[in-house]
Design a protein around this ligand. Sequence first.
Ligand SMILES: NC(=O)C[C@H](N)C(=O)O
Length: 340
Amino acid sequence: MKRILMIGTGGTIASTQTEYGLAPGLTPADILSYIPAVRQVCEVDTIQVCNLDSTNVTPEHWRLLARSVEENYEAYDGFVICHGTDTLAYTAAALSYMIRNSAKPIVITGAQKPIQMDVTDARTNLLDSFIYAADHESQNVNIVFDGKVIAGTRAKKERAKSYDAFSSINFPYLAVIQEGMIVRYIKEPPCAAPVGFSYDMKDSVYVLKLIPGMHASILPYLFEHYDCIVIESFGVGGIPNTLVQEFYREMKEWEGKGKYVVMTTQVANEGSNMTVYEVGKRVKQDFKLLEAYDMTLEAVITKMMWLMGKGRAAYERMKEDFYTEINHDILFTKRLEREG
Ligand SMILES: NC(=O)C[C@H](N)C(=O)O
C-alpha cells in the first residue's frame, strides 16, 4: 500500500464555528477521522505546519510546506496538503516552482464547507485527493477539487461559495475523479530530472490593476519600491493614454536596474496578446517587458518571485526563464516559437 503524508495548514476544511465566525481548529488527524474509507486507499501519516485561514498564508508558509515535503520525500510516496481555498491557487503555483520534477505527487485540496458539517464537499475532496496521490501515474503539484484535477499553475478560484470553486485557466483539466476512479485527459511524460527544491522567493511584486482614467502619479512610487510590477491591463493588453507618458519616463529611468514589468490581463480566459492593438504593440516594441500570454495571474506572480529569488538577472535572461514552461504554466510561447 502507498504511504501518503497529509500536511495540514488550516482553511475551511479544518474550521469550526467560533463566536467570531469560522476559524481553523481541527488537526489533520481530526480531519482524517471523517474519511474512514481512506484505509482502503493508502496508509496516511499526518503533520501540521500551521492552522490558518489561507487569507493569512504568506511566502514563509510556502517555504514551510516545501521544506516539509523535502524532509519527508524519501519516506513517502505522495503528499496531500489541506489548505484554505482563498489563496490555494497561489500556494499551488508557488509550490510548482519551488518543487520541480517531482515524480511523487503533491496534491493540494480544501473545501468550501467545514468537514464537520453534515452537508460538505470536504470529505469527497479529501478522499479524491488520497486516491489521486496514491495512483502510480500521478506526479508533480496538482489541485484536486470538486472531482477535477488541475495543474498547480493553472487554477483560479472563480466561485466564492459553490463547490466548483476552481477552474483550470487556458489549459484542460489533467483528469477527473468520478466515484473513486481517475479518468486522465492528459498523459504526462515521466519526470526526466531528479526532484529539486528551492526556497528563495523575492516578494517585491506589485499588481497594478488598471481602471479607466487611472492617474499616473502612482507609477513613480511603484517603480521605486518594487522590483516587479505586474500590470493587469484590459483585454489583450495595452497602456492607456493617461499613464503612457509617465510609464515611458519610468521605464527609461529604471532600464537595466533590475526592475521587471509583466503585462497581463484582467480577463480570466484566453490571455494577452500585445501585438493586436496600437495601445499594446507600441509599448511592447519600445520597452523590454514581459508578457503573461496564457498564464494565470497566480502563476505570473509566484514565477516572478521565484525567478527573482535566484538573483538579479538581465532582462534577456529573465525573459528566457519566464517563458520556459514549468508544470504546464505557459503554452503560448511554444506556439509563437512554432510560428516563428
Ligand atoms: N473555503 C475556504 O477555505 C476559505 C477560507 N477563508 C480559507 O481560505 O482559508
